[in-house]
Design a protein around this ligand. Structure first.
Ligand code: NDP
Length: 270
């Protein structure tokens, strides 16, 4: 038996156990996947060493980056880790959030993007967009981590949000209450009128009782506050699903199950 889990604070709302338990079961891998509520980041490394692998969520992604023995792929550039493999008492860290996001927007053909927010998700999104050759601009209410973004040639806006963009990405935590918007209505309307596509990292939350329930939610879910205001766009639920499918690739030791896993969630026949 192999042991996995998702570690965060809070953690009760996490959909990761439902997704991973379903995948382990479907592919006949003997494994358990649980939620772990961890308040103190000081205990992160010892918790991780007790597992075969884990997903890390708020607020521990930065700490997870620090406690790894080795960081692979894009996680090194993002300076945050959301997926960990434990091999021979060594922690190997990855970031699958960036690929989860990219999987959602890659078909849009965007050449320019504006990100609202400068937290962990904004860093993952800005990094992958820059790597894809997309011109990235960013606006945040404070100048938090502006050095990180400046080093990646992200154009920082202060106050005035000028210009037109192929893709607007909302990556602040505003809207988790289902009502609040990241900008005042007038400013937001003006910005939306200048953006072709809209992506919101927020997704509507609901208790998920089974994987069938999750699939129903994927095909019919209410819009987030921002998407209701914009009357269009994509929310972050598929980003969440795809980051989990990429993490499962790592947990299942590279068996190449991504496409088959994706199809399972969309009821496709293979
Ligand atoms: P962080 O805490 O790292 O960053 C939060 C960001 O929101 C900061 O830029 C912060 O600004 C800004 N912010 C917070 N409150 C306000 C406010 N009242 N007005 C304007 N800006 C505000 O969080 P993450 O980036 O990790 O996550 C952001 C959201 O994305 C969360 O809701 C999370 O659940 C979601 N998420 C979704 C994923 C998915 O798969 N769909 C994956 C990862 C995250 P400041 O810097 O000034 O404090």
């Amino acid at each position: 038996m192999r042991y996995f889990g998702v570690i965060g604070d809070p953690i009760a709302h996490s959909l990761s156990p439902a997704i991973h338990a379903f995948l382990f079961d479907h592919f006949g891998i003997e494994a358990r996947y649980e939620r772990f509520h961890l308040r103190s980041p000081d205990l992160l490394r010892s918790k991780l060493l007790s597992l075969h692998g884990a997903n890390i969520t708020l607020p521990h992604k930065g700490k997870a980056f620090e406690v790894c023995d080795e960081v692979r792929g894009i996680a090194e550039e993002i300076e945050a880790v959301n997926t960990i493999e434990c091999m021979d008492d060594r922690l190997i860290g990855w970031n699958t959030d960036a690929f989860g996001f990219w999987e959602c927007v890659r078909g849009l053909g965007a050449k320019t993007a504006l990100i609202l927010g400068a937290g962990g998700s904004a860093k993952a999104i800005a990094t992958i967009l820059c790597k894809q050759g997309i011109k990235v601009s960013l606006f945040n209410r404070s100048n938090r981590d502006c050095e990180f973004f400046a080093q990646r040639d992200v154009c920082m806006h202060e106050g005035v949000l000028e210009g037109s963009y192929d893709l607007l990405i909302h990556s602040t935590s505003v809207g988790l209450d289902g009502r609040s918007l990241p900008l005042e209505e007038e400013r937001l309307s003006s910005l939306l009128a200048r953006c072709k596509h809209v992506f919101d990292v927020i997704y509507p939350s609901r208790q998920i009782a089974s994987i069938e329930d999750f699939k129903r939610f994927l095909s019919h879910r209410p819009p987030t506050a921002l998407l209701a205001f914009a009357q269009r766009g994509m929310d972050g639920l598929e980003m969440l699903l795809y980051q989990a499918l990429f993490a499962f690739e790592i947990f299942s030791q590279g068996k190449g199950l991504f496409e088959e896993s994706r199809a399972l969630f969309y009821n496709a026949r293979l």
